[in-house]
Design a protein around this ligand. Structure first.
Ligand code: TTP
Ligand code: MG
Length: 213
């Protein structure tokens, strides 16, 4: 049997990744994994996401090391369907979030070094196969508005500058070729309202099913 192909959906916080993934749950060939954020909010009873936002200097390393573990779990999970779809990847965790925490001085250089060593080791030695990245590209203003609208309690103090930095790191990685790209990228205009997204779903379906053949 040919190994499944893996598609990961990337984009800023609030870009619409979870909503985008929902559309693909109807295909029997596709196994869509729920976002790992529920684990980040409850690791043996600890809400690591909340701890990290409340005191990033203290908790960023702990939080990001758990994000890394949950992403590895998703990347390596065996499935019976021919297509795996996941929200995010170990790559965006490292290139967009860990990098940002280091840039902002929220993570010590030594802490960053340890996470980077884990990242390098696991991405080299574990079977993390990515076949397509779908980049939901938004203007930071749009992502910021959506985050405010959904009102996730941990995120209520997020500032526009933070969303701008995370946006820039996604752009550097997925558009400007400044980091390693593990597979081709399909960029989608995700500023659109949900009602106007149908052609984009179709574009993604075509690419995905074409790869699977
Ligand atoms: P996202 O992984 O961007 O998920 P989302 O559900 O907010 O995105 P969408 O609306 O597009 O579905 O972020 C979830 C939260 O976790 C957010 O507050 C940012 C935070 N986060 C980090 O701090 N570090 C990380 O490495 C990742 C992946 C997320
Ligand atoms: Mg989500």
């Amino acid at each position: 049997m040919t190994p499944p192909i893996t598609v990961c959906v990337e984009g800023n916080i609030g870009s619409g990744k979870t909503t985008f993934l929902k559309h693909f749950k109807k295909f029997p060939e596709v196994r869509v994994f729920d976002e790992p954020i529920s684990k980040w909010r409850d690791c043996q009873g600890y809400n690591l996401l909340d701890l990290m936002y409340k005191d990033p200097r203290k908790w960023s390393l702990c939080f990001q090391s758990y994000v890394q573990l949950t992403m590895l779990d998703l990347h390596t999970k065996p499935i019976v369907q021919p297509i795996k779809m996941i929200e995010r990847s170990i790559f965006s965790a490292q290139y967009c979030f860990v990098q940002n925490m280091r840039n902002e001085g929220l993570m010590e250089d030594a802490q960053y070094a340890v996470l980077s060593e884990w990242f390098d080791f696991t991405t080299k030695n574990l079977p993390i196969n990515l076949d397509l990245i779908v980049y939901l590209r938004t203007d930071p203003e749009v992502a910021f508005k959506r985050i405010a609208q959904r009102g996730r309690s941990e995120e209520n103090a997020i500032k526009m500058e933070y969303i701008q930095s995370v946006h820039k790191l996604h752009e550097d990685w997925l558009i400007n070729n400044q980091k390693h790209l593990p597979c081709p990228v399909l960029t989608i205009d995700a500023n659109l309202e949900l009602a106007d997204m149908a052609p984009n779903y179709q574009l993604c379906e075509e690419k995905m099913f074409q790869k699977q053949k």
